[in-house]
Design a binder for this molecule. Sequence first.
Ligand code: M6R
Length: 613
Amino acid sequence: MCGIIGVVGSSDTLSTLLEGLQRLEYRGYDSAGVALVRPGQTWRARAADGTQSVAALRLECEHAPSGFSSGIGHTRWATHGAPEAVNAHPHLDCSGNIAIIHNGIIENHSELQEQLESRGHVFTSVTDSEVLAHLIEEERAKGLELIDAVRQSLLIVRGAFALAVMDANEPDVIVAARRISPLVVGTSPGVTYLASDIPAILDKADVFYAVNDDEVVRLAPEGFRAVDLEGAPVRLHQLQIDWDLETAEKGGYDDFMTKEINEQPDALRATLLDRRHSDGTITFDELRISDQELREVKRVVLVAAGTSHHAAQVAKYAIERWASVSVEVDIASEYRYRDPIVEVGTLVIGVSQSGETIDTIMAIREAQRRGARVVAISNIVDSSLAREADAVIYTRAGLEVSVASTKAFVAQVAALELFALRLAQLRQTLAPSDIDALFQGLNAVSAQVAKTLTRRGDYESVAEQLLNTRDFFFLGRHVGFPTALEGALKLKELSYLHAEGYPAGELKHGPLALIEPGVVVVAITTDPNMHEKILSNLAEVKARGATVVAVATDDDEKIAAVADFVFRVPATEPMFTPMIDVVPLQIFAYAIARGLKHEIDRPRNLAKTVTVE
Ligand code: M6R
């Protein structure tokens, strides 16, 4: 999740790049950089200053030489290598002539770097991206044109990329390419642009084109030509853009929440990318706790707030089942006030999208004071939580702007379940073939979420019919219970209606007294192991007059007999269902709030990050 921009043929190259980077800051901001290229000279500036990196870069650029009509710029969301200037893009090859910017992850970077170093290349950063500069350098040394050198290099690269490359020996040309990570090209008379997102160049270019996976584009002032990785010409699809700048920042969506709901497949893909070696070992590059320590863990305590707490609750089921370690989940704001027991072998995991939630930070400080080893699950690189913990696993959901958390939740569940598989691998509590099957299943969730998103209209039409409801109960069993809690929280914070999440089995112990005509019960029924039981619970609420909405799998033929409305979703391994089942619940909450004409991205009384107790 980084922002990239490039321009060729411009009379105000540097200001175009800096303005574009400012608009791309929401994609990452832990460092930023630009490279300007003219015949025989590449000039580069980089800066890392937390959320102020683009501002710091502006200062670095105050004394930039003039007369450059081409350049590239990057704002970084660190994945490999600390967020420091030395790791900021652009990266250069050994000669200093070739400059590259990259958004994505090069999965086979370690082996490529080893090979390149053995051939004499010198690396100056600890990023995965720098290998691209050196690979292209080798291809250029064979006499290839820049576009062919890039193409050849990409044939041996695995992973995701949107990249842009310049070479002082072929000035006024940028070569850009894409696989998975977004990339657009824009043109205006005599100037050609590229960017990861349209907002960066919306006020500069007149016509916009989408670059597809495995396409390589050569940009020059007079226009561009595109080829596939084999060198065969391809036509880029022209985009219809009728947005203003503000809408464009939301990717054309009405609000950030819709954009972020739609980004969930990408959030999952990015979070799981590059997490397993070819020998099957699950790895977290950012995790600085030894395998031996993880093997010896006796108890895991997860601390978190709100949506992150629901993701932590899902993790409890996965860690206990797969790794046979006992798990407790604590509300972060309660943990430090209740004399928690920390014994040798207690691992505390703080889960937080922002990494700045005061309750979670105070909870991990208390755990550390009592001698626990602490892992942070954070979506923000170098957040306070990440810095204070002994180790960190980053979710890579990208910046989440809407107060109602959506893509962070699915990314947290994926990261935590992957961590559970790693524990199981180290402790040998699952057979390698089971771990393999679960890993494959986890990777397939992204596509299942994408399929679920295509049914948005079905979920919205149920919301329209239930717009006058005032009381909602969300029921689930096993991991369906935290999913129910998350569905209820989404509805509460967006619609300001009464919504409670309950374990379905607990209903008869009190809340059933509240069920009467007019109450809506939303139930998670996707786990085959829990199916019969939850159907009986639904029969009980229906008999008392409730309206029933069920989240059910495509192949569930029994559900129609008890449910008034059904949110159909693809079936998956039960442990993965929260990442899919939450999607209709997010859309449902959103649609009710829209129907009630509520502000979506900034619900009343709430802040994105809670930094006071
Ligand atoms: O940044 P964090 O994950 O630590 O935030 C925790 C909660 O404040 C957050 O999840 C909150 O509950 C959301 N508004 C829920 O949508």
